[in-house]
Design a protein around this ligand. Structure first.
Ligand SMILES: O=C1O[C@H](COP(=O)(O)O)[C@@H](O)[C@H](O)[C@H]1O
Length: 240
């Protein structure tokens, strides 16, 4: 695992955009396409915006990039809380990404059917190849959740399913999430976070005793891939 700490959010965002570019170029050179799992919430917006800027947009062959989501809030796709909507507005629309390159967690289905359909879509995408995403970007909630792996939930024990739906009492909402066993298959996983509000969770996850139930982000340990943390100094203040 490597931890990268940046003075400010601009340099953090630039370094994470460089990571996406490098991983995209390597993956496309190696197997002709790039599978990128996006995180939700607000933290990735700046990364998306930089990737669509004049400096970055021509560094990636976007026609060979396939987008997935680490988790989704069970709301309509045009709801302000939708992770898809955020990515559509900040990434897909500016880059004119065609719909067939974006794998959406379908919230018009029941939560269970949506999770099952997403798992099927992932398996179909990989076909006979191992189900390993090229790059998964993850956020970290103030309560140490990542994707929608929330503290105290049964999905933390999941060993079989690749995608699960669950009702999260804390946020009073159904969520659909990739499971830890699927995430941990990835070639590369990068946490991206900033702000002093994340400092206690960062400390608990990286320096605290192992307690998966309370600090679910501790579940993220790639089997053979690379794990990196990108954060700014305020987020890292308790571990420096
Ligand atoms: O609910 C969620 O929260 C986490 C963290 O979001 P942030 O706004 O604090 O960056 C996010 O990673 C996850 O995808 C999202 O659904």
């Amino acid at each position: 695992m490597s931890i990268h700490i940046f003075k400010d959010v601009d340099s953090l965002v630039a370094a994470s955009a460089d990571l996406v570019v490098t991983r995209a170029q390597e993956s496309i050179a190696k197997h002709g396409r790039f599978s990128l799992v996006l995180s939700g919430g607000s933290s990735p917006k700046r990364l998306h915006e930089l990737l669509t800027s004049d400096d970055y947009r021509n560094k990636i062959e976007w026609s060979k990039v396939f987008f997935f989501f680490g988790d989704e809030r069970y709301v309509p796709a045009d709801h302000p809380d939708s992770n898809y909507l955020m990515a559509k507005q900040t990434l897909f629309d500016p880059l004119k990404i065609p719909a067939n390159q974006v794998f959406i967690m379908d919230t018009t289905l029941s939560p269970e059917a949506s999770a099952s359909a997403y798992e099927t879509a992932i398996k179909e995408y990989f076909g006979t190849a191992p189900v390993k995403f090229d790059l998964i970007i993850l956020g970290l909630g103030d309560d140490a959740h990542t994707a929608s792996l929330f503290p105290g939930t049964s999905v933390l024990q999941e060993q079989q399913a690749l995608v699960k739906s669950l009702y999260i009492e804390k946020v009073k909402m159904n969520r659909i999430t990739l499971t830890a066993p699927l995430i941990n298959q990835a070639h590369h996983i990068a946490f991206l976070l900033f702000g002093a509000g994340k400092a206690p969770a960062v400390e608990q996850v990286l320096k605290g005793a192992v307690n998966i139930t309370q600090y679910p982000a501790q579940l993220i340990k790639p089997i053979a891939g690379k794990l990196e943390w990108y954060m700014d100094e305020p987020a890292a203040k308790n571990i420096q």
